[in-house]
Design a binder for this molecule. Structure first.
Ligand code: PEP
Ligand code: MN
Length: 337
């Protein structure tokens, strides 16, 4: 972090500022140029209080050269984080595929769908028991009962499960869930992130609808700062001016996150596109961009799915896609089991 002082800042003001910065536990390297004096702050700048610096009348500018996140930052942990969930090493050479319907729709339906995605090659079963819907009149999910049906499907198929949490009060219900998902709408629910930071479970953190990569990584930092190192990021499309797709898949987020962080990143092309026929192209593009896995909506009868049918592929299509994705994965020096 660098403080650029106003030209002709009085010596007394500079000295006071140096004292102020040192009080924050940082060292200061001073450099006096012809017009400007520059103070280089040395140490852990992730916790710097910017307001006392920026409100100083002799401060011209404050420039961050290091990211505001620490635990998430690759600079602090160069080796990739590999999260082992039920034998699947997320962030390793294997591309991990999580698939299933948008919502849990019932006991029999859940078991039947789990069998279908397992047969097509999925490694995890995804489904939503708690559903964050844009309209209060849309299907809101089966809640606790939905998680129980997912656990039955897990018992039946052996597939580990991933499902979304919407409030801290329900955390107990996620006891036997393998990965807890934080949806796009809750990416900045900081109280929830803090609670999940204390949980003993991997967290799948989706990118917020209009969040920058830095905001998203700061949300991951919230979880990690509370002690939970197992965060999987999920790019799911962001809101842009384009209306032909539900969101715009920010495929560049994949290499960017890989550059900035050691955390694994997967992609959800279903919510990104909102169109079932685009899921195949976006899945393959994501693997080519370096994604560690995919989260896909699959349902045997999308036309009658209780939510998100338009973006949902059928098991047969999913099975074909698995074969195609494996080919791309191998070009990338990876594989799909
Ligand atoms: C989901 O995965 O079911 C979901 C609601 O996704 P998002 O939070 O990305 O909208
Ligand atoms: Mn959905």
């Amino acid at each position: 972090m660098i403080i650029v002082l106003e030209p002709n800042a009085p010596e007394k003001a500079i000295k006071e500022l140096i004292v102020e910065v040192k009080k924050q536990g940082l060292d200061v390297h001073r450099s006096d140029g012809e017009a400007y004096t520059i103070l280089g702050l040395v140490g852990d700048t992730s916790k710097v209080k910017e307001a006392p610096i920026l409100s100083n009348e002799w401060v011209h500018n404050l420039v961050r050269i290091q990211e505001p996140y620490k635990r998430v930052n690759k600079a602090f942990k160069p080796d990739p984080t590999i999260i082992d969930v039920a034998g699947h090493k997320i962030g390793g050479d294997e591309i991990v595929i999580m698939a299933g319907p948008c919502s849990v729709e019932g006991r029999e339906a859940m078991i039947e769908q789990a069998i279908a995605v397992k047969k097509a090659g999925a490694h995890f079963l995804r489904a939503g028991a708690y559903k964050p819907r844009s309209s209060p009149y849309s299907f809101q999910g089966l809640g606790k009962e939905g998680i129980e049906y997912m656990l039955e499907a897990k018992k039946e198929t052996g597939l580990p499960i991933v499902t979304e949490i919407m409030s801290i009060g329900t955390l107990d219900e996620f006891r036997d869930v393998d990965i807890i998902q934080v949806g796009a709408r809750n990416m900045q629910n900081f109280a929830l992130l803090k609670a999940l930071g204390k949980a003993d479970k991997p967290i799948l953190l989706k990118r917020g609808l209009s969040s920058t990569i830095e905001e998203w990584l700061m949300s991951a930092e919230y979880i990690m700062a509370e002690g939970n190192p197992n965060v999987i990021l999920c790019e799911r499309g962001i809101r842009t001016f384009e209306n032909y797709t539900r969101n715009t898949l920010d495929v560049s987020a994949v290499p960017m996150v890989k550059r900035l962080s050691h955390l694994p990143i997967i992609v959800d092309p279903s919510h990104a596109a909102g169109l079932w026929w685009m899921v195949s192209s976006l899945s393959k593009a994501s693997i080519a961009a370096g994604a560690d896995g995919l989260l896909l909506e699959v349902h045997p009868d999308p036309a009658h799915a209780l939510s998100d049918g338009a973006q949902t592929i059928k098991p047969k299509h999913f099975e074909e896609l698995m074969t195609e994705m494996d080919k791309i994965a191998r070009v990338m020096g990876r594989y799909i089991n």
